[in-house]
Unconditional design. Structure first.
Lengths: 447, 487
């Protein structure tokens, strides 16, 4: 770029005395393009981060409301004429429904809504279909309550819940067959009066799934247990198998065709789409071996096969990071090859192995596609497993499968549940990843 | 005897064996462990290993093989019944299984006695009614052939169970006695145990091969079955996809492949420029501080489960696009689920995948090449464009191919975000569907597994497997070849 020394240069001939401090057009262009290129990079990063923020934002924005639920608080008179004190389980929920509706209607009359609603029949949109069963269970547990007036907190209907959360408004209610604008007026009055309240929704976290029409009752608790049992299977199988495979490949395997075959298989399995593992599970575990459908055991087996490559790859990396001097020292003081590996190399590699395992488990916890094929979707998880064996073998759902199930249902009240379920799932994933990072920070050794 | 008990007994025997083997070796050496060939614990482990390993392997193999053996025997007798009722033999077989399980449940609940279950005749008893009392619901009345087969099924299973228990126990006790006898001070216990452990390690390593074999067999057999009931040329070359469970479906893969490639293309158009520029910026421009924040932030996107992206597509991106391109806006879009929705969200999912792979590859370009370029007076961006990217090109192409194979195999985003209509169209705002989405929809219904409508899912899976495997092998080949260049 030494234009001054070159009299033939066009720049020099055009304006004879040019300072190197004035930037010529070509340099300007080059600098501008340099800047532009850098801004493209910044823009790409910004876009990536923007997408992340939008994604997390929309999860929180849509999902937080699932952790609150609307309840009605009314005194219910347990009429001894309609309920049998001697045999409390003889009364079905059909007997309880009018009792609750009457109690709510009474409250409506107190609030001056007697004209709009002529009898208790108009109250049903306000009350969840599950309310009767809750009170019935309470009465069966304690028959002495019959004849008394008890203060109960019962689930409000899903439209009322939607109204308090802004999902339903007067405009949409006027088009809705399930609720009228008058009901919303009553809800406003009851909310002012304190008999309708939003409270923290423990039942969402611990509860069972509900049928399509009872969105207000659905919870993710049983699916969470299903995921838990699945993760036990994955941990119990993939950790020993993965570690054994890695030890063999890193420490013992001779260099031959067979070892190559194993290596090729592992790297290919890591890239097989997860849905193909679902097909494998369906064909081998369910059609061929006749294991029960929708069981966490089968889900766990499929996810084990899927996470094995992840665990093997990370275990091998941490075995490789143990310096050869450790092995040499162990062999030097008379340990056998097996002893040097199991007594010295493996304990030193353990933190890395655990980190990799936790990350593999986190991946398995969020995986949905293979579970669709072995029937964990479509099963409505309404029962808690009764024990350990039933936890593994009885049909259940899993967290991601439950979220998918809710996302497919027509009632928009379920969308809120699906987002809420995602928050719970992500909390688990972040916790697992945080533990993995902490483990790595705490125990990582630089040799 | 239930299997769990059997396992517990074998394990208990192994624990006892450990203690006794250790003691026997020590007492043989007069309590002085310097006279032993190996450490005492190896003698114990030797016994425990010889008790547990053969017995448990035999148990597992038996558990898998017995139902198969019983079924093949029963199935042979059912051909006549299948012909008479004009139903496929697999359906009759599942009836038999259901009745047999029903009888088991009925006995367990005390509705009928064991002898009664074995001698029941359809002429005298309404089996369906009796089983209904026990809470077992059967679809249709049970005829005598099915009942007899079910009784024989139960008989064989019972014999098998007894044989299994005795065989496994025999094996465990045999191993126990044999290993205990060899626990003398001269016995090379450590070498034996280490050889055993070594074989266990090899067995574990073989599970990867078994999984691949399992995948290939389950795909191949069912695909062959499918091509037996549906012509292969129709499947590969027909442009209509309209399954109907009543029969007469047209199952052409072309519209599904088109949808798959269209969505993947859009995803790559989003992910590749963003991911690549992000990688270039992070590896060449960013200060250590920025890199420390931005890289993990982008990688969070990779840790988010695909169901979350699916829901994001269905409930956030879809309605958003609809409000811009739908009837209220430009009028190109009719519903929230479309190729664009799924492609865009899948692109977001792939950004960290492209960026971290390219980052590795760019970092692998030797510093000397950068220094040479700077020395000639090139600016940073000129160095990147003219030196680094051409040098890293094969690796980046490999990374893009890996991302493409991810996009083709992705399921949840397209199941929730792309719609269900199979069509070939150029409009990215129309709903289309993919191979993976149809695998899910064909296998999650109540269809009979032997119908072409369900079997087609395996042929789709096979196609998917072959495509993604081919892409991966090719991509890894490119990446490996490139890496060798600078090593």
């Amino acid at each position: 770029m030494s234009d001054a020394a070159n009299p033939a240069s066009p720049a020099a001939s055009n304006n004879g005395a040019r300072s190197i401090h004035t930037v010529d057009a070509r340099t300007k262009k080059r600098n501008a393009s340099e800047k532009r290129f850098k801004y493209y990079g910044i823009a790409a990063i910004a876009t990536g981060v923007f997408f992340l923020v939008v994604l997390l934002g929309s999860i929180l924005w849509n999902g937080v409301s699932a952790f609150q639920q609307t309840y009605l608080e009314v005194p219910v008179y347990l009429d001894p004429e309609r309920l049998d004190r001697e045999n409390p389980s003889s009364a079905t929920t059909f007997t309880y429904n009018p009792l609750i509706a009457e109690a709510v209607w009474e409250r409506a009359q107190e609030l001056g809504f007697g004209d709009e609603f002529e009898d208790e029949g108009g109250m049903s949109p306000l009350i969840s279909a599950s309310a009767a069963a809750i009170i019935r269970d309470r009465v069966i547990a304690n028959p002495d309550l019959i004849g008394e007036t008890i203060d109960v907190r019962i689930l409000a209907g899903s439209r009322v819940d939607g109204y308090l959360k802004g999902r339903v408004d007067r405009d949409s209610a006027s088009r809705d067959r399930n609720i009228d604008v008058a009901h919303l007026e009553l809800v406003d009055a009851m909310q002012e009066n304190g008999s309708i309240r939003k409270v923290f929704n423990w039942d969402f976290i611990t509860g069972t799934d509900a049928s399509e029409s009872r969105a207000e009752q659905a919870g993710i608790g049983v699916a969470m247990l299903g995921s838990f049992f699945m993760m036990l299977v994955v941990l119990g199988l993939s950790l020993p198998i993965g570690v054994a495979t890695s030890i063999y490949l890193e420490e013992f395997a001779p260099k031959n065709k067979f070892t190559d075959l194993i290596e090729v298989n592992i790297s290919n399995l890591a890239a097989v789409p997860s849905i193909v593992f679902g097909i494998l599970g369906l064909a081998v575990f369910i059609q061929f071996m006749h294991l029960p459908q929708s069981a966490p055991l089968v889900g766990g087996l499929v996810l084990t096969l899927m996470t094995l490559p992840t665990i093997i790859i990370s275990t091998r990396a941490s075995l490789q990071s143990v310096p050869p001097s450790i092995r040499a020292a162990a062999l030097g003081v008379g340990a056998s090859k097996m002893q040097s590996v199991f007594h010295h190399v493996l304990p030193l590699a353990l933190p890395g192995i655990l980190t990799g395992t936790i990350i593999g488990l986190a991946q398995a916890l969020g995986e949905t596609a293979p579970l669709l094929l072995i029937g964990m979707v479509g099963y409505i998880a309404t029962n808690y497993p009764d024990g350990i064996a039933s936890g593994f073998l009885d049909p259940n759902s899993a967290m991601p499968a439950q979220i998918y199930e809710w996302a497919k249902r027509a009632d928009p009240a379920y969308y809120e549940r699906a987002w809420g379920g995602i928050i719970i799932l992500l909390v688990f994933l972040f916790a697992m990843n945080a533990i993995a990072i902490l483990l790595r920070r705490r125990f990582e050794r630089r040799w | 005897m239930p299997t769990s008990w059997l396992v517990l007994i074998v394990l208990a025997l192994a624990a006892v064996g450990y203690v006794l083997g250790r003691q026997r070796a020590l007492s043989g050496a007069g309590g002085d462990n310097r006279k032993l060939h190996s450490l005492p614990s190896y003698y114990g482990s030797n016994v425990a290993m010889k008790v547990a390993v053969p017995a448990l392997i035999a148990l597992a193999a038996w558990l898998i093989l017995q139902p198969l053996a019983v079924e093949t025997t029963i199935r042979a007798d059912l051909a006549e019944e299948a012909e008479r009722s004009e139903r496929p033999i697999s359906l009759v077989m599942s009836d038999v299984r259901r009745v047999a399980n029903g009888l088991d449940t009925a006995i367990e609940r005390g509705v009928i006695t064991r002898e009664r279950a074995a001698n029941m005749r359809t002429e005298f008893t309404d089996v369906r009614e009796r089983l209904a009392e026990a809470g077992v619901a059967l679809g249709s009345a049970v005829n005598s052939n099915v009942l007899e087969a079910a009784q024989r099924y139960r008989g064989f299973s019972a014999i098998g169970d007894i044989a299994r228990t005795s065989f496994v126990l025999l094996l465990a006790v045999g191993g126990f006695l044999y290993a205990l006898r060899e626990s003398t001070p001269d016995f090379r216990a450590r070498n034996t145990v280490e050889t055993g452990v070594r074989y266990l390690l090899i067995t574990a390593a073989c599970i990867a091969i078994l999984t691949t074999i399992g995948i290939i067999l389950s795909l191949v057999f069912n695909t062959i079955e499918f091509f037996r009931v549906y012509p292969a040329t129709e499947f590969f070359f027909s442009t209509t996809w309209s399954p109907s469970f009543g029969g007469g479906s047209e199952l052409g893969i072309l519209p599904l492949l088109w949808g798959t490639f269209y969505i993947s293309l859009i995803a790559l158009l989003v992910a590749v420029p963003i991911g690549l520029f992000a990688a270039v910026y992070l590896s060449e421009y960013a200060s250590k501080k920025v890199r420390g924040v931005a890289k993990p932030a982008i990688e969070i996107l990779a840790g988010i489960p695909t169901i979350v992206y699916g829901l994001f597509a269905l409930l956030t991106v879809g309605p958003l696009l609809l409000s811009v391109f739908g009837d209220g806006g430009l009028g190109w879009m009719r519903a929230g689920t479309a190729v664009m929705t799924a492609g865009l969200v899948m692109g977001i999912m792939l950004i960290p995948f492209v960026s971290s792979l390219s980052d590795d590859i760019i970092n692998a370009v030797p510093q000397s090449m950068r220094d040479g370029s700077y020395g000639l007076g090139a600016t940073k961006s000129e160095t990147i464009k003219q030196v680094i990217l051409p040098a890293a090109l094969p690796g980046i192409v490999g990374a893009i191919l890996l991302a493409a194979s991810r996009a083709i195999g992705e399921t949840m985003i397209v199941v929730l975000g792309a719609g269900a209509a199979a069509r070939i169209s150029g409009n990215p705002f129309e709903a289309m569907t993919t191979v993976t989405a149809k695998i899910v929809s064909q296998l999650t219904g109540d269809a009979d597994f032997q119908s072409p409508e369900a079997l087609v899912a395996f042929a789709l899976g096979m196609t998917l497997f072959v495509i993604t495997l081919g892409l991966n092998v090719f991509a890894l080949y490119i990446v490996r070849k490139y890496r060798e260049q600078y090593e």
